[in-house]
Design a protein around this ligand. Structure first.
Ligand code: G3I
Length: 385
């Protein structure tokens, strides 16, 4: 499998036409004449969506896509497996791997000229029972052997086909009830087994991933990691420690799960810049903007406008830092969003349950169109970090 970039037709979109279409509330169509997010983006910035392959892509027929598949295939040039490459889905028993959902995403991406971000290899959550149960009893060497085998198998299977990997996800907790900002050595079964030197294990996970796929750009990834704060200070220290130890760490991802219940951290661009100054790529990996809704389940006009502003705030931080390689939304339609299942909030994505494009969609589209003429790179060759 190889993933070649397809260039989608570029059409200039004026603010007036964007607003007119937004007001008309036209449902998203896979019309090749219409501009798309991926098609408008600078050539050096991928625009992605998460997708759950097991749920949405097993029945994919390139000649007869459903509406969701059609939009996913045309609007984005990068896909992230929402769940299919997590341990619980991929590796449910010690000797059993199930690649069905992950393979469905790879095949869909290839059919649509899209790239894939891998997610994720080391996380405290969504591990299978056998890992959670064994975790407390493993010696560090046993944990290392299990993890190395998993990383070599999974990264090796897709070597050369995944451009970025969220190697380590949510390594640092920032819950003050749980003792503040620190590595999740209790909750993560692998870090727990190697709690005497968890950073050495983290460095090795990056090494194993790099050995299995020397081309992939390897990321740390977390939430509450947009602006400069105690958590990202800890990541900044961890990144420096890993780099000083020669670990092949290449990127820092801010998930971008925002809520209108909180403000927007204007230091996001500065945060990206400091990681870029370490020589790392940066990315917005899981963007969505949720909000509390009224008794009918509807947002207000003000919330809808503010949502567009927040999405755009994250995109601008990325556009303004040439080291920012990808901007991914965590699902593009409210029907498939993880948010209502977890929070008493909703309306988090850029399209409604009926695939109607929200003002947030049009704001992103306009910003991408305006960012660089003719999709040229944001920084001339040679000046890129
Ligand atoms: O485990 C069962 C599976 O066996 C079964 O096939 C499936 C049937 O629906 O249910 C499975 O569990 C679901 C699991 O995803 C799949 O592994 C859970 O019900 C579901 O709640 C779970 O939610 C996911 C969540 O991560 C779990 O932590 C969300 O869909 C996914 O959007 C969310 O994604 C995370 C990122 O990976 C990391 N950053 C935060 C983000 C949002 O929580």
């Amino acid at each position: 499998m190889s993933h070649s970039r397809t260039k989608i037709g570029v059409a200039a979109v004026s603010a007036a036409s964007v607003a007119a279409v937004a007001l008309a509330g036209v449902a998203a169509q896979a019309d090749p004449k219409e501009p798309t997010l991926g098609g408008e983006a600078p050539i050096d910035l991928k625009i992605g969506s998460a997708v759950w392959g097991q749920n949405e892509l097993l029945d994919y027929d390139p000649d007869d896509p459903n509406e969701f598949q059609s939009i996913l295939g045309s609007e984005f040039n990068s896909l992230t497996p929402e769940n299919d490459m997590k341990w619980s889905e991929l590796h449910p028993e010690p000797d059993v791997y199930d690649f069905s959902g992950a393979d469905a995403i790879m095949e869909f991406a290839e059919a649509n000229g899209q790239e894939v971000r891998g997610h994720t290899l080391l996380w405290h959550s969504q591990n299978p029972d056998w890992v959670n149960e064994a975790g407390g009893a493993w010696t560090c060497q046993e944990a290392r052997d299990v993890l190395e085998d998993h990383v070599a198998t999974v990264v090796g299977r897709y070597a050369g086909e995944i451009y970025e990997w969220d190697v380590a996800n949510e390594l640092i907790q920032d819950d003050w009830d749980e003792g503040g900002v620190k590595l999740r050595t209790e909750a993560n079964p692998f870090l727990k087994a190697c709690s005497e030197d968890p950073v050495a294990l983290i460095g090795d996970v990056f090494r194993w991933a790099h050995e299995a796929d020397p081309e992939a750009v390897l990321f740390l990834n977390d939430y509450n990691a947009e602006g400069i704060n105690a958590k990202t200070d800890a990541y900044y220290d961890l990144a420096q420690e890993l780099l000083a130890d020669g670990a092949p760490l290449h990127g820092f991802g801010a998930q971008g799960h925002l809520s209108l219940m909180y403000g927007f951290d204007d230091s996001m661009q500065a945060n990206f810049e400091r990681f870029a100054d370490l020589g790392l790529k940066v990315a917005v990996t899981e963007a969505d903007v949720r909000m509390p809704l009224d008794e009918n389940g509807d947002p207000t006009e003000e919330q809808i406008a503010l949502q567009a502003e927040r999405y755009d705030g994250m995109l601008q931080a990325c556009l303004n830092v040439p080291a920012c390689t990808s901007f991914t939304v965590w699902g593009f339609d409210d029907a498939r969003s993880w948010v209502p299942g977890v929070f008493d909030e909703g309306y988090a994505t850029i399209m409604t349950e009926e695939f109607e494009k929200k003002p947030a969609y049009f704001t992103l589209l306009e910003s991408l169109t305006d960012a660089t003429p003719g999709r040229s790179p944001r920084t001339p060759p040679g000046l890129n970090k």
